[in-house]
Design a protein around this ligand. Structure first.
Ligand code: SF4
Length: 228
C-alpha cells in the first residue's frame, strides 16, 4: 500500500493497541479502499493486528473463486497450512476434500477460509500444538473476514466447528444443538455448521464412522442448496 492510498477517515475500532506502529498501520481499515481481493490479500499477508502475527510463518488468507456461491469457514491454520500459506491442506484438509467430493462438490468452486488467518498455537517443552483462537484474535481478524465476505459474496456458508459458528451465526451456538440446521448467519446469509475435520481425525472406530457420516449428510445438504 502506498501512502497515497491512506484513507481520509481512519477507523481504529478493531485495533488491539494503537501504540504498536505496525498495528497502527494495520488499523487503518477504510473498509472499501480495496478494489480487488488480491489487493486485500496483499495487505492481509503483512497484518499484525493481533499477537498471532509473532508466531506465524505465513498468513493464511482464504482462497477460491470470487464470487463463490459457497463459503466454508474453519477455526484457524494448522502447522501444514502455516507452512504452505494455504487453508485446509493438512490431514484435516484432505478429509474435507474427500467429504466434499463424496457430497458432489468441488473445492475449486468454494471460498475456503478461517476465522483467524495466523496459526494459534500452544508451545511447551514437549513441542507445539494447535489451540482454538481467542475472541480478541477473531475480532482483530474480522477485518479480513469482512473483505472475504465482500468479494466472495457467498449465498451459503458452512462453518466447521463451533468457533466459526459462534462468530458467524450466534455466540451461543453449540454443535450439539445446532449442527446441520440452516440458520440466519452474518449478513443474513443462510449458514450451517458441522464438525471440524480435525475433530473427526481424533476419533476412532464406530465413533468416527458416525461423525463422518453426519458430516457427509451436512455437506450433502449444502450441495443440494448449492445446486438449486
Ligand atoms: S490472525 Fe488475523 S488479525 Fe491476527 S495477525 Fe493474523 S491476519 Fe492479522
Amino acid at each position: 500500500m502506498g501512502l497515497g492510498s491512506i484513507p481520509a477517515v481512519i477507523h481504529y475500532s478493531n485495533t488491539p493497541s494503537l501504540h504498536h506502529p505496525i498495528r497502527y498501520w494495520c488499523g487503518m481499515t477504510g473498509w472499501n479502499r480495496w478494489r480487488t481481493i488480491e489487493e486485500v490479500r496483499a495487505d492481509a499477508v503483512v497484518c499484525c493486528r493481533c499477537d498471532l502475527c509473532y508466531g506465524r510463518t505465513h498468513v493464511v488468507f482464504g482462497e477460491g473463486p470470487t464470487p463463490a456461491r459457497l463459503m466454508i469457514v474453519g477455526e484457524g491454520p494448522g502447522a501444514e497450512e502455516d507452512r504452505l500459506a494455504r487453508p485446509f491442506v493438512g490431514r484435516a484438509g484432505k478429509l474435507l476434500d474427500t467429504l466434499l467430493a463424496d457430497a458432489g462438490m468441488r473445492r475449486e468452486d468454494i471460498w475456503i477460509t478461517n476465522v483467524v488467518r495466523c496459526r494459534p498455537v500452544i508451545r511447551s517443552a514437549s513441542g507445539e500444538r494447535n489451540r482454538p483462537p481467542r475472541a480478541d484474535e477473531i475480532k482483530a481478524c474480522d477485518l479480513w473476514m469482512t473483505q472475504e465476505y465482500r468479494f466472495a459474496a457467498p449465498e451459503l456458508v458452512v462453518c466447521l466447528g463451533a468457533v466459526p459458528a459462534q462468530a458467524l451465526i450466534s455466540r451461543s451456538f453449540t454443535i450439539s444443538e445446532g449442527r446441520g440446521r440452516w440458520l440466519e448467519g452474518r449478513d443474513g446469509i443462510p449458514t450451517t455448521a458441522t464438525y471440524h475435520p480435525a475433530y473427526v481425525l481424533r476419533l476412532r472406530g464406530q465413533d468416527r464412522r458416525i461423525i463422518e457420516s453426519q458430516m457427509l449428510e451436512d455437506f450433502r445438504s449444502a450441495a443440494r442448496r448449492f445446486a438449486a
